[in-house]
Design a protein around this ligand. Structure first.
Ligand code: SF4
Length: 390
């Protein structure tokens, strides 16, 4: 097979008709999907795996079955339902977009890429995916999987991200007039199941006869990538205030910026130099005798790595919050409320670290030393390579 676009299109679509993945947000091949479902799934899938998204998507859809229902929700509810998925700006935009569709478009998503891109949180990729998959328009959605397939199919040597435009143009050259949505989804599936980052299963690939990367024996090395600058490390101190009944003091983060609108354990600013004693005292939410919790919590965001020391203090039940800095942003959450709260993963790690220290203190001596021994063998650090961010 030569690199003839229509031959590639036919081969990929025939493969998709046989092998399409059954995903909760998918319509079967040759059928259009509800734009709300396409939009919701595409936003959820950004920077997050299919495995992580599938159950959360089903929960979201059960709770907010259409765009009008999501528009009626409070932002706090949406953020809480999003907790743990990372990149929390997506949740804020999701809510804003639902309100814009309900308020300005009569509850119907616009059907062109240009109009879709005017909505909050919808960029070039998502607009093309909705236009193609939900409205059958000839539009080319290019995600990381499709970039990889294009780089290999055409043996593109220019590294990413500089090659992005070229890879998009190549995908556009293959996009058919009809079934553009199925074509995009077939390439996504091809990248996810056959043309995988490591050890592509070229023997099973419907476009192998046309693949230059395969023919040249360089498929697995492609796409080339420019070296990334190392992530800086930021440091801070997190202040866990516990009430005797187990409630914990949390603060709402400002709406704009990293983890915007989510709940947090109050902390010093996160900076490259560790906070001084003076900074610790200045940023403590309340004046209490703080105890250091041994070890530290680590979390990796997209642009930086975070190391947090944790200090904790226990206050008697019923204590007033009058002395707390910024009381309008602070509130107590009970243990029963914590699982459903809008707490990002990094803050859940901080709380788990502090609770673990509390449990160890309460444990009888024998058991405490046993726990300490086993933990020491594991790691004193809560480490994560979670690449999700806000
Ligand atoms: Fe990818 Fe191999 Fe198929 Fe080429 S032949 S597109 S490298 S799976």
């Amino acid at each position: 097979m030569a690199l003839e676009p229509r031959a590639i299109e036919r081969a990929v679509l025939a493969w998709y008709d046989r092998e399409a993945r059954a995903l909760p947000w998918r319509a079967p091949p040759k059928e259009r999907q509800d734009p709300y479902k396409v939009w919701l799934s595409e936003i959820m899938l950004q920077q997050t795996t299919v495995k992580a998204v599938a159950p959360r998507y089903i929960d979201f859809l059960r709770r907010w079955p259409d765009v009008a229902a999501l528009a009626r929700a409070e932002l706090g509810e949406v953020l809480a339902a999003w907790a743990g998925l990372g990149y929390y700006a997506r949740a804020r935009n999701l809510h804003a977009c639902a309100r814009a569709v309900a308020g300005e478009h009569g509850g119907d998503f616009p059907d062109t890429e240009a109009e879709l891109r005017k909505l909050p949180g919808i960029g070039a990729y998502t607009a093309a995916a909705i236009a193609a998959i939900a409205f059958g328009k000839r539009a080319t959605a290019v995600d990381g999987n499709i970039e990889r397939v294009m780089a290999r199919l055409f043996a593109v040597e220019r590294p990413l991200p500089a090659a992005k435009k070229e890879l998009k143009a190549l995908a556009e050259s293959l996009t058919p007039e009809t079934r553009a949505g199925d074509f995009a989804q077939s390439l996504m599936d091809l990248g996810a199941t056959i043309c995988t980052p490591r050890r592509p299963a070229c023997g099973l690939c419907p476009v192998r006869p046309a693949c230059r990367g395969y023919a040249q024996g360089v498929a697995e090395q492609l796409p080339y990538k420019e070296e990334k600058a190392p992530r800086p490390t930021r440091r801070g101190v997190a202040f866990v205030v516990l009430r005797e009944d187990g409630a914990v003091l949390l603060r709402t983060r400002p709406l704009k910026g990293l983890l915007g609108g989510m709940l947090e354990v109050p902390s010093t600013p996160w900076e490259e130099t560790a906070p001084t004693k003076t900074a610790r005292a200045a940023h403590a939410p309340v004046d209490l005798p703080w105890q250091d919790v041994s070890g530290r919590v680590e979390h990796t965001f997209t642009h930086f790595h975070l190391e947090l020391c944790v200090v904790r203090a226990v206050v008697p039940e019923g204590v007033a919050l009058l002395e707390v800095a910024e009381p309008e942003r602070c509130r107590w959450l009970t243990m029963r409320e914590l699982p459903g709260a809008a707490l990002p993963t990094v803050m859940r790690k901080v709380l788990a670290h502090a609770f673990e220290a509390k449990a160890k203190r309460r444990a009888p001596k024998k058991q405490a030393s046993k726990t300490r021994a086993s933990k020491t063998r594991a790691s004193p650090v809560r480490r994560s390579e979670d690449r999700r961010s806000a």
